[in-house]
Design a protein around this ligand. Sequence first.
Ligand SMILES: *Cc1c(COP(=O)(O)O)cnc(C)c1O
Length: 386
Amino acid sequence: MSNEKIIDYIKSLYVDEDITLLHKPVFLGNEKKYLEECIDTTYISSVGRFVTQFEEMTANYTGSKYAIATVNGTTALHIALLLSGVNPDDEVITQALTFVATANAIKHANANPIFIDVDHATMGMSPQKLEDWIVENTFKKLNSKTKKNDLINKVTKKRIAAIVPMHTLGHPCMIDKIVELGNKFNIPVIEDSAESLGSVYKDKHTGTFGLMGIFSYNGNKTITAGGGGMIVTNNEQIARKAKHITTTAKISHKWDYRHDEIGYNYRLTNLNAAVGVAQMENIDKILTNKRATAQIYRAFFNNLGIEFFTEHKNSLSNYWLNSILLDNKNERDSFLQYSNDNNVLSRPIWIPMNKLKMFKDCQVGNLDNTKYFEDRAVSIPSGYRI
Ligand SMILES: *Cc1c(COP(=O)(O)O)cnc(C)c1O
């Protein structure tokens, strides 16, 4: 039976406890040293050198002009939506197959998500389905205030304010085409690149194609800060505003507490940033290791005649979570059962957002590919291999 073969093989690749999580964090460098520095200097909270350093390293690494750290990826997305011009009651197009945080952040911005399909080749937002949905379901209307055309949903009569594609499991989606469509219809694109730090499309880092991109440093992501998020953008005005409203909208002054709008306490702590900086110092090593593991898995599964999901053309994936596609839902369930019974964590891809009770009334497009992956995709242990 191939379930047994697969599980034995995964066990042979990893040291024991590393397969009880899909992505166990790894600390290869200065994490402890920098944490001690925080404690020794008492800079553990919202002030300290590591936050700025973490931001600078991320901007350099991704090739974006500005990077603004936040307390987690969800809040980064929330702020990115607000700063892209999403207003209460607007609508935001995203993909049905994503982690719940994407849809939650849209709701946090008091907007409503519309769920469209992913692409069969990338598992990320499908540019074709996006265009089809827009052409079929919207019309243009002149906005008397902005003197620009708004895109209005035919059914709800609400404005479509942003497009949020997600680079699923670290594999770049066809982001250039999505940004092209965004430009064509005059809608900003925010990349949910929470899973794709280190992933590159057409020689450009994911997260840097749209108006803004966001990253997450949750404990299970490619690198972690314990928790943390980042907004990247090339737009100076947005960058400044993002820093301002994520840090309680306080006007810099030696002693005065003066705040000029309702801000958010979304600041990353220096403690978290210290871990993030140490992790960034080893990101190349971590990515090399992860890509090597993906190659090993790929060869193994090809041999078994099981599809191992790989990066699409023009892409370099960080292979955040290695995933296989089983023949059908029954095969999937039997694998999940066997693997978890034998202490190797494996998980199905997310339940599509439109099936969750809080999003069940949201508008959806054709979701054939979403359904396909929902029934077949399973993620397997993917952390750094010692
Ligand atoms: C992890 C993740 C987030 C949010 O990150 P947090 O840091 O956990 O808030 C957002 N979107 C996607 C697709 C993610 O995988």
